[in-house]
Design a protein around this ligand. Structure first.
Ligand SMILES: [Zn+2]
Length: 242
């Protein structure tokens, strides 16, 4: 079906038409009326309608789709212009830089859906905190996730107390999680996972303790915070109890 123009819109011309039609409307085909109920990209309205609980549910369902091989089919190129005018992501995920846990893929999310803050060992410093403060206070995400993973090289390096240039200072930030986990070896994957999980807990605490801005939003219930572990052998994300 061809799009009909009102006389006024038509008089404004095609250039203006591109400006008055929302990008998300362009991404949705005119033949699929049901698509209008589910935005092709996150919008201010869809973001505002979410809560920390429903945002977490979206990530849980997304990872389930990834594990069960039922990931959504996406028109990636259509999402580029649809998100060009602004972003309304619903979660910010602090994850390790590890190439095996690309967050948009393992949570089956598209362009504009989530903030990714990635650094070796998913450690927290003032730069990560500043990024999360921007994500929550300025952009309005509903959920902060700290995602550790099994077989983490940074965690293994911290266990071994490895020294290498600037990496030394980064690994030192994981050392408290090593101390909290008791003695063990980097060759013991179960122990590595235990330390990685302790490192997630440590980051969760630091987010609350070192950012009054985020603490205020957590206390108000407008933002949620959850720790999680990604299993590099199964693709499954396990969310940890608070
Ligand atoms: Zn890692």
């Amino acid at each position: 079906m061809k799009t009909s123009f009102t006389p006024i819109t038509f008089a404004i011309g095609l250039v203006s038409f591109a400006l008055v039609v929302s990008p998300s409307a362009i991404a949705q085909t005119s033949t699929d009326t049901t698509a209008k109920k589910t935005p092709a990209v996150q919008t201010a309205e869809s973001q505002a309608a979410l809560t920390p609980t429903s945002a977490l549910e979206k990530l849980k369902k997304g990872n389930a789709r990834f594990v069960e091989k039922t990931m959504r089919t996406r028109d990636w190129q259509a999402k580029v212009p649809a998100t060009a005018a602004g972003q309304y992501p619903f979660a910010a995920i602090l994850a390790c830089m590890d190439s095996r846990n690309p967050i948009e893929i393992i949570f089956d999310q598209g362009i504009g859906d989530v903030f990714g803050i990635r650094i070796a060992g998913n450690i927290v410093n003032e730069d990560e905190l500043g990024s999360m403060e921007y994500a929550t206070k300025v952009v309005g995400v509903k959920l902060l996730v700290v995602l550790g993973h099994t077989s983490c090289g940074a965690v293994k390096g911290a266990i071994d107390d490895a020294k290498l240039g600037n990496l030394t200072a980064l690994l030192a930030k994981i050392r408290p999680a090593v101390s909290a986990s008791g003695p063990g070896s980097s060759k013991d994957e179960a122990y590595v996972t235990k330390v990685a999980q302790a490192n997630v807990s440590q980051a969760m605490n630091e987010i609350r303790e070192k950012s009054p801005t985020i603490k205020e939003q957590l206390d108000a219930g407008t933002v949620g915070r959850v720790g999680a572990m990604y299993d590099v052998s199964t693709g499954k994300v396990t969310f940890l109890p608070d």
